[in-house]
Design a protein around this ligand. Structure first.
Ligand SMILES: [Zn+2]
Length: 209
């Protein structure tokens, strides 16, 4: 059984200093880290917060993802794909079920389609010129409505490997929106061919988030 919140905190703080700061470790010592270890220090570890605060959209009546269920660069009956703006990497797309589900309560048919869809989205992003890899993340700590992130890593930018990519994305200047929009349209068109569905129609909007 997983440690209780107080047990988890106690075993972590036991490894920290008097200010509850943990030492730098593997990620910050990785030579691709965006931060040099010299002068860097870890924030004090805060005690657990219980009960946890509600995520956005726990109540579907107050869920932005439900409100925007007709927005996307690509849609079908059950899913929609949107482009996220103001990012530093070449392309960030987000896939949502159109109805209000989180990952753990996704019906089997939608879960099966999610496997196919995410595979095809990765394939189409990686087919773009000058994109080496599409990273896929489902986190779910901020919003209750399932949303999967697809991050395109720029070719040759070997510091942007792995889990530091999202931090580099935040540090990089904003990527040209017209280029991202054109690449997103290529992915959406390829998805219509590989998976069906359609581009935004009358009454639907590409709705850049
Ligand atoms: Zn929702």
């Amino acid at each position: 059984m997983a440690l209780r919140p107080d047990e988890f905190y106690a075993q972590a703080v036991a490894a920290a200093d008097d200010e509850r700061r943990l030492p730098l470790a593997r990620m910050t010592g990785w030579e691709i880290s965006p931060f040099e270890p010299d002068g860097l220090r870890v924030s004090p570890l805060r005690p657990p917060v219980l009960p946890e605060p509600a995520r956005h959209g726990e109540d579907p009546a107050d869920c932005n993802a439900c409100r925007n269920r007709d927005e996307g660069i690509w849609l079908n009956d059950h899913w929609r794909l949107a482009r996220i703006s103001r990012v530093g990497v070449p392309l960030v797309l987000m896939l949502y079920p159109r109805d209000h589900y989180d990952m753990a309560d996704l019906p089997d048919e939608l879960a099966a389609e999610l496997g196919l869809l995410s595979t095809r989205i990765v394939r189409h992003i990686q087919a773009l010129p000058h994109i080496s890899r599409a990273h896929v993340y489902r986190i779910g700590d901020g919003g209750a409505h399932l949303h999967l992130w697809f991050f395109a890593r720029p070719e040759g930018q070997a510091q942007l490997y792995g889990s530091w990519l999202v931090v580099w994305d935040d540090l990089l200047p904003e990527y040209p929106a017209d280029v991202a929009e054109a690449d997103a349209a290529i992915v959406a068109g390829a998805l219509v061919t590989s998976h069906g569905g359609h581009l935004p129609q009358v009454g639907e909007s590409p709705g850049v988030s």
